[in-house]
Design a protein around this ligand. Structure first.
Ligand code: 8YV
Length: 326
């Protein structure tokens, strides 16, 4: 890393306070248009730069990493999920990768809670009806949904966000079940009153609600494929605030259309911003535009984490949020 201010390429427009601080500390090359950059544009901008700050909308794959100049020593991702970055390719070129864990846990868990409520209580369907001017008033049998209290929630992925979801839904009166690569420490499990299922398939077959809170990796790609979705009870709801690629979106749409699953709440999609067209036709799915961490507080905290990661790397410390593998 050079003695002068490091040159930092930021691929999207970040909150103003974050950009201001970056301009003070670094030779920051910002993207005022906020238009996602193509691979060619990233490679061209990276010429003579030291750090790349991408987001989930950038595909930092092996081909792009191979084209980065040797001056790039750090990819400081703005976001916790790093499935859009080829870690192996970065590692092979000795490029360090960091992310922003912790600061978006509560916001993402809140969004999960929003969807866990909105889908069974038909909130967005009701909103559409009111706006259409076709609402004819209250009736005892009108737009009946499902209660969440007393129901079983199965959380797939019990890391920071999964645990924050568990704490919230205890307040809603749900019982918490989970499947995770590793079983939680006994103390945390009992604090969360969470039941561990070693077998994902068995958990799926016994739940009323499923929340996906694991990272997208080779192992979790289409984890909820058609076969597994078929294990769900017909009254079950699925919520996903993690990554779209974890569910087979086309299979999910088919099963929702055939009422083989009661409903879904989605914040993430397989090919964002494209959405499986069949999903758009359905009333039993709530569709949010990847808003998990979209709070003023969250996005500023993410920016601050990026800055701290860059600073510690430049100061030749091992950045705290260094990602080795997912
Ligand atoms: C971020 C997210 O907004 O951090 C993540 O992994 O999914 C989002 O909440 C996005 O990734 C920013 O790059």
């Amino acid at each position: 890393m050079p003695q002068r201010k490091p040159v930092v390429i930021v691929t999207r427009t970040l909150p103003r306070d974050v950009e201001t601080r970056m301009m003070e500390l670094f030779e920051a090359r910002l993207n005022a248009s906020d238009k996602p950059m193509t691979a060619d544009e990233i490679v061209a901008a990276a010429e003579g730069a030291n750090v790349l700050v991408p987001t989930v909308t950038d595909k930092i794959d092996a081909a792009l990493i191979a084209r980065l100049p040797d001056s790039i020593e750090l990819i400081a991702n703005f976001g916790v999920g790093v499935n859009h970055i080829d870690l192996e390719a970065a590692n092979a070129r000795k490029i360090v990768v960091t992310n922003t864990p912790g600061v978006l846990t509560d916001d993402t868990a809140d969004m999960t809670a929003c969807l866990l409520l909105a889908a069974p209580r038909r909130l967005t369907e009701g909103d559409r009806l009111v706006r259409s001017g076709k609402w004819e008033g209250w009736s005892p049998t009108f737009m009946i949904g499902h209660r969440i209290s007393g129901k079983r929630l199965g959380i797939i992925g019990m890391g920071r966000i999964g645990q924050a979801v568990a704490r919230r839904v205890k307040g809603f009166g749900m019982t918490v079940h989970y499947h995770n690569r590793r079983r939680l420490h006994e103390e945390i499990e009992s604090e969360l009153e969470a039941t561990y299922w070693e077998s994902l398939d068995q958990m799926l077959a016994h739940m009323d609600f499923i929340s996906i809170n694991c990272p997208h990796t080779k192992d979790t790609h289409h984890l909820l494929n058609e076969e597994r979705l078929n294990l769900l009870k017909p009254h079950a709801f699925v919520v996903n605030t993690a990554r779209g690629e974890i569910i087979d979106e086309a299979a999910l749409a088919r099963m929702l259309a055939e009422n083989k699953i009661a409903g879904a709440g989605l914040d993430v999609y397989e090919r964002e911003p494209e959405i499986e067209p069949a999903l758009l036709e359905l009333d039993n799915v709530v569709l949010a535009p990847h808003l998990g961490s979209a709070t003023h507080e969250g996005r500023i905290a993410m920016g601050e984490k990026v800055i701290v990661n860059i600073r510690s790397f430049v100061d030749q410390h091992n950045p705290r949020d260094r990602v080795y593998e997912v």
